[in-house]
Each structure stands twice: as structure tokens, then as C-alpha cells.
Design a protein around this ligand. Structure first.
Ligand SMILES: CC(C)(COP(=O)(O)OP(=O)(O)OC[C@H]1O[C@@H](n2cnc3c(N)ncnc32)[C@H](O)[C@@H]1OP(=O)(O)O)[C@@H](O)C(=O)NCCC(=O)NCCS
Length: 185
């Protein structure tokens, strides 16, 4: 008798939840893992958690921040964080650990973040990405973000190299008057 062919691996039971200070140890592992890859996010491992740990605690308690985690059980496997900077746009950063990418989690996290920004009355969401990060840029474009510019040789990496970055934006308020007014000359 032959063994039955196994079916497709079930999708992991990942849930989204607002971050709390209890998530710090697991968030730290997830963030450190993505930072250790050195090719997706700005932060590179090793990370100084004496500074970043208290910042995480302060952030999750601050209503000007929105931090939602993707969790496989209790394990943090992804995050999105947004900061409403008042007069400026909401700034956004996100990451998903290897093994949980390209399964729709980024779509869910980004939808939640944009929903929060809209609900807050923000006029725009802005972010930076490496120009080679096609998956991230594709995800942002799916939600209507546009590439607004390219910063040349902008960020110094730990190995001394200088990486370009693209700035992307999603305008949420097209109705307020634009500006600045024309100059005198
Ligand atoms: C970038 C990232 C957040 C995307 O999340 P994800 O869960 O992998 O993406 P999803 O499965 O939700 O796919 C979202 C969309 O990306 C786009 N996309 C995926 N792979 C792509 C590729 N190779 N090229 C272009 N677009 C791509 C598609 O539009 C896709 O939507 P669709 O499946 O409905 O067509 C995630 O891969 C990640 O964390 N990567 C490492 C860290 C990182 O890059 N962070 C962002 C820094 S700017």
C-alpha cells in the first residue's frame, strides 16, 4: 500500500495584533533577524537594544505611533510601524521574517497601517526603500504609492558602501490647497 500524498502545507496561523511591551523580546528577535540580512531594511545588525528597547516601550504607548505585529502563536514574524509626524507625512516601516514572506502578510499589515493613517486624518504616508527591493516596491505600488524621487548614494552602510534609496508616497488628501505660493521673481 502506498502512503497517501501529503496535501499542501497549511498556511501558518498568523494573526495581527497591536504591539505591547510584552512583545519586546520576540519583536527584538524578528527585527534583529531581518536586520542581519542587511539587504532589505535600513537598520543593520547588531542592534543597540539598550537604546532601542526603551524606544519600543515608549512607542507602543504613544498614540502618535501605530505598531502592529504579525504573530505566529506568540512569535513575532512581522511588523509595521507608523509615526504621525504632525505637519509632515506619516512615516512607515515594515518587515517580515524569512519564511513568512510572499504569503499576503505584507498586504495585511500595510492595509492596517493605511487604515490607521486615514482614520487619523493624515494627509500622506511616506517611506523609503532600496531601489532593488522589487517585492517591497511592488507591494507599495499595489496600494497606490508612487516613487517620488531617488536619493543618490544616500545611506552609508556598515561596510562603507553608499546605497541609493527611493522615496515613495501615498497622498491621502488631494483636497487641501497646494503650495507654496509663487515666488516674487
Ligand atoms: C516587502 C515585504 C514587507 C512584502 O510583504 P509580503 O508579505 O512578502 O508581500 P505580499 O505577499 O503581501 O505581496 C504583496 C505584493 O507584493 C508584490 N510583489 C511580490 N513579489 C514581488 C516581486 N518579486 N516583484 C514585484 N512585486 C512583487 C505583489 O504586488 C504582491 O501582491 P499580490 O500577491 O497581490 O500580487 C516582505 O517581503 C518583507 O518584509 N521583506 C523583507 C523586509 C523588507 O523588504 N521590508 C521593507 C523595506 S522597504
Amino acid at each position: 500500500m502506498t502512503e497517501p500524498t501529503p496535501g499542501p502545507t497549511p498556511a501558518p496561523a498568523v494573526t495581527l495584533a497591536p504591539a505591547s511591551s510584552a512583545d519586546l523580546p520576540s519583536f527584538r528577535e524578528a527585527f534583529e533577524a531581518v536586520a542581519a540580512e542587511r539587504r532589505w531594511i535600513g537598520t543593520e545588525a547588531p542592534i543597540d537594544w539598550t537604546e532601542r528597547g526603551p524606544r519600543f516601550e515608549a512607542t507602543v504607548a504613544d498614540p502618535a505611533w501605530f505598531v502592529v505585529l504579525a504573530k505566529d502563536g506568540e512569535r513575532v514574524v512581522g511588523w509595521v510601524s507608523c509615526h504621525d509626524e504632525g505637519g509632515g507625512p506619516v512615516s512607515l516601516g515594515m518587515g517580515i521574517v524569512d519564511g513568512f514572506r510572499s504569503q499576503g502578510l505584507g498586504t495585511q499589515l500595510l492595509a492596517a497601517a493605511i487604515g490607521w493613517a486615514r482614520h487619523r486624518g493624515a494627509h500622506k504616508v511616506a517611506l523609503e526603500a532600496w531601489p532593488t527591493n522589487a517585492r517591497a516596491i511592488g507591494l507599495y505600488e499595489k496600494f497606490g504609492f508612487e516613487v517620488e524621487g531617488r536619493y543618490r548614494r544616500h545611506w552609508r552602510r556598515n561596510d562603507g558602501s553608499l546605497w541609493d534609496a527611493v522615496s515613495m508616497g501615498l497622498v491621502l488628501d488631494e483636497d487641501a490647497p497646494g503650495g507654496p505660493p509663487p515666488g516674487d521673481s
